[in-house]
Design a protein around this ligand. Sequence first.
Ligand code: SAH
Length: 243
Amino acid sequence: MLTNIRIVLVCTTHPGNIGAVARAMKTMGLTRLTLVAPEKYPSVEATARASGADDVLAQAQIVGSLDEALAGCHLVLGASARQRTIAWPQVDARACAALAVNASATEEVAVVFGREQSGLTNDELERCHYLVHIPANPDFSSLNIAAAVQVITYEIMMANLQVQPVADSGDEELVPWATADEMEQFYEHLWQTVIDIGFVDPAKPRLLARRLRRLFNRARLDKNEFNMLRGILAAAQAGSVKR
Ligand code: SAH
């Protein structure tokens, strides 16, 4: 089940940290590591700090963008050391693990970690369904990235030990969630539509794009809802051309 959970590191600067993350993951039974544009990798320092978790490093997927890292993901959780100015659903490490483990029974899950210096950008956080904050000293809340991965993966291990199979919810067919890449297509389509129908002036978008993302992230679309809304958008666009 935990093979459905991937740990994503965005633009890591120090290769030693990548190795330490691999070690933290392996101790907690996780093996899927994705590296988005690491600054220096592969590196002997990474291998040294992995101390025996080199198999996790060897299988790590290296990609150029966060979108590629999230391809096929149904649930995305973004770890952040700071309380952000953007209002976004937020959970602590334990609640994050419960969400991740429950979802991983049938879905692909990503937990995303930011740069050592600057964390995740607001744009990157907007790709996440939830922000994860490890409660810490408010005056000194930034853990080393491998320490942050250790805390969250430990909670995942604990949640997995306690997991009870979810009772079958009757004969209602379960529709899979839309994936992160489908949601990006949806947001692009939605944005183009609000422009086409004259709801927004693209020169003055203000906070609309973020608000729309927050709304649909909170709702979490399944595939049927995704298809339905794409259909509505296409019809609205066609209508605005006819008028
Ligand atoms: N100076 C950066 C901290 C980066 S630490 C900032 O202020 O954002 C590197 C990464 O470790 C963070 O991007 C986050 O993913 C994770 N991390 C560190 N401390 C954390 C905490 N208290 N809660 C959740 N994630 C944390």
